[in-house]
Design a protein around this ligand. Structure first.
Ligand code: ATP
Ligand code: MG
Length: 615
């Protein structure tokens, strides 16, 4: 246990610091690049030309999740960045479901993503621009653009920029070339426009099996950038889609769909993670061709890449998270140990903590592994400011005050929040028998131990100074109770309080009034900073299984005693349990009058001091 951090949450309202994305936006705004855009209405080709307010001081960003999993901490970074920029520059951020892949996409994920973005404090609804009455919703589904995507693909065919390839997947792979060798042209590359159009129409009608043909952009099989070697843009997939049902049996490739989605929605700055940098030439190529053909208006959206968030001690890959849930290493998607936003919420991580963390971390172009403790620091900082203080005894030991009258009781008063006197004080009943923490007593004190041991004095916070007079043991020799005497003129807040100089300062709960509760002590899910990474001594070239690095002590369930004021804690209410850390009333398992508490984070980092692993 450690003392409360003394710093106030100064950073909770951190001023946005500048970064390379802001520089791009500010230069675009100064140049009036997007001045001719139309700022409302449904997406569509040429939408910019319809009537509407023109306002150069606006940007549009988007957060485009694929609804195939729950959002994780990496997504939170992207959400805070995209919605945050739109907020700061008076623009809009779209929530767009990138649901062009018929497989693996489910309504359950859509609902949860909507909830999580809202929970983080952002909105895609509201009015935009001056002179535009009413409000608009900027919630979009990419699958609503399939008609345009088909129309655009047909334009590419008719203008000679796309062709139907009938090679097998293996043949296509073989002719693609390598990083050092050019690819080879497909034998179908010179098919005429009419034949291509006929085949593509028949692909749409369902005349062919999956994989029989594929529509490819005709760019350059010798390009140094493999992504420009005639990338696939439409494939046959006889599959039902969660939104469009069985209407389509051809579906666009992600790299084709995404730039079109951005353009149709008038996105100005399309911010994505670094792995898409090699795709940018195709992004630009495609939108240029469509603009040339008059299907899209300029200025076109600009793709900007930043490095994705990687955090130590967790994994942020959907595939691995799904594995942890399906193999029941955790209790579900909202397990408080999982780095999902639903998990974070249950753990008690405040949304403002994510916003602060995103702001502090900034954006960059180089990949790095961020210390998990930095995320925890942001959470602590927000909670230190927002959470009221309470008392809980997690590892109870009975303290008997032999000179305090049996049956008597009195109120002591504890401040609800030391940084906010306006929150007042609450009464804590005091009596002859109290619960204290087992570690606050030592029969044989070690050097520098200032709490209770026979003969020593310590203060019971907000109450009296006591002198330890002895202790009882059970049959096994374990300490079962501690005896003491109190000094009646030492009560906190009275004139006599200052005449006793004691070093130990203990929290306590009156036995008669204590409320029993289940408390879950959550800790990091993985025991090492890079789960699955090779460790020193592992044979060269071997990989570890990230699941072998799970922390076996990531959750401990205990029965604790709470002060009576905690009995009616509402689900999701956060408190600092003095000297222990921040805890939240579990939003699922708490019942009226019987809260269950989850430990959100300890008061201080106990990992870094131990050089990585705590074991
Ligand atoms: P994963 O790689 O875990 O499967 P994803 O990137 O495929 O995630 P999407 O649903 O496509 O998941 O992501 C939506 C948005 O979130 C994308 O713009 C993506 O760049 C961004 N994003 C995903 N992971 C991170 C991360 N670790 N850091 C920053 N942004 C991220
Ligand atoms: Mg993705």
């Amino acid at each position: 246990m450690s003392k409360e951090p003394t710093s106030s949450a100064a950073g909770a309202s951190a001023v946005a610091s500048t970064n390379f994305i802001r520089n791009i936006i500010e230069a675009d705004l100064a140049a009036g690049k997007h001045a001719a855009r139309r700022w409302s209405g449904a997406p569509g080709p040429g939408a910019q030309q319809l009537a509407g307010a023109l306002d150069p001081a606006r940007i549009r960003t988007r957060f485009p999740p694929e609804p195939n999993g729950y959002l994780h901490f990496g997504h939170a970074k992207s959400i805070c960045l995209n919605f945050g920029l739109a907020q700061d520059y008076g623009g809009r951020c779209h929530l767009r479901f990138d649901d062009t892949n018929p497989e693996k996409e489910e309504q359950e994920y859509v609902d949860s993503i909507v909830d999580s973005v809202r929970w983080l404090g952002y909105s895609w609804e509201g009015s935009i621009g001056q002179g535009q009455a009413g409000s608009e919703s900027n919630l979009y589904f990419a699958s609503n653009y399939f008609d345009w995507m088909i129309e655009f693909a047909e334009y590419l065919i008719s203008s000679g920029h796309a062709y139907v390839d009938s090679q097998s997947a293996d043949e296509m792979r073989a002719s693609r070339g390598t990083l050092t060798e050019a690819g080879a042209d497909s034998p179908f590359r010179e098919r005429g426009v009419e034949e291509n159009m006929d085949l593509f129409k028949r692909m749409q009608k369902g005349e062919f099996a999956d994989g029989a043909h594929i529509l490819r952009a005709r760019i350059d099989m010798a390009s140094a950038n493999i992504n420009l070697r005639d990338p696939a843009i439409y494939r046959i997939r006889h599959a039902s889609h969660h939104n469009t049902g069985d209407r389509w049996c051809v579906y666009p490739m992600y790299t084709y769909a995404h730039p079109i989605e951005d353009a149709l929605e008038n996105i100005t700055h399309s911010i994505c993670t670094l792995e898409f940098a090699d795709q940018r030439p195709f992004y630009d190529w495609l939108l240029e061709r469509l603009a040339e053909g008059g299907l899209l208006q300029r200025p076109l959206p600009q793709q900007i890449e930043f490095s994705r968030l990687n955090l130590s001690y967790i994994v942020l890959s959907k595939r691995k998270l799904i594995q942890l849930v399906e193999e029941e290493h955790v209790a579900g998607w909202d397990d408080p140990r999982l780095p999902t936003l639903v998990g974070a919420r249950r753990r008690g991580y405040p949304a403002a903590g994510f916003r602060l963390f995103a702001e502090r971390g900034g954006v960059s172009k180089s990949d790095s592994l961020i210390e998990y403790s930095l995320l925890e620091d942001s959470m602590r900082e927000v909670l230190n400011e927002s959470a009221e203080r309470r008392v809980a005894v997690l590892d109870p030991l009975r303290l008997i005050i032999d000179n305090y009258p049996a049956g008597a009781s009195e109120d002591c008063f504890a401040p609800n929040h030391p940084l906010k006197p306006e929150t007042g004080k609450r009464a804590m009943p005091f009596g002859r028998e109290l619960w204290i923490e087992r570690e606050d007593f030592m029969a044989q004190p070690s050097k520098g131990y200032h709490r209770l041991y026979p003969g020593n004095m310590a203060r019971l916070r907000y109450a009296y100074v006591v002198r330890c007079t002895g202790f009882d043991c059970d049959e096994d020799g374990a300490v079962s109770a501690v005896h003491c005497e109190y000094l009646p003129d030492s009560k906190s807040g009275t004139a006599g309080a200052d005449s006793y100089k004691v070093k130990g300062n203990l929290h306590w709960i009156s036995l008669a009034d204590a409320c029993p509760a289940e408390v879950r002590l959550y800790d990091r899910l993985f025991a090492v900073p890079s789960p699955g990474a090779r460790r020193e001594g592992d044979p060269e070239g071997t990989e570890r299984d990230f699941r072998d690095d799970l922390n076996p002590d990531s959750m401990r369930v205990i029965q604790a005693w709470l002060e009576p004021a905690l009995k009616n804690a509402r689900p999701e209410e956060s408190f600092q349990f003095e000297r222990h850390g921040y805890f939240v009333a579990d939003r699922v398992d708490s019942q009226a009058g019987a809260p269950v508490f989850n430990r959100t984070v300890t008061l201080r980092d106990s990992w870094s001091v131990k050089g990585g692993s705590r074991k």
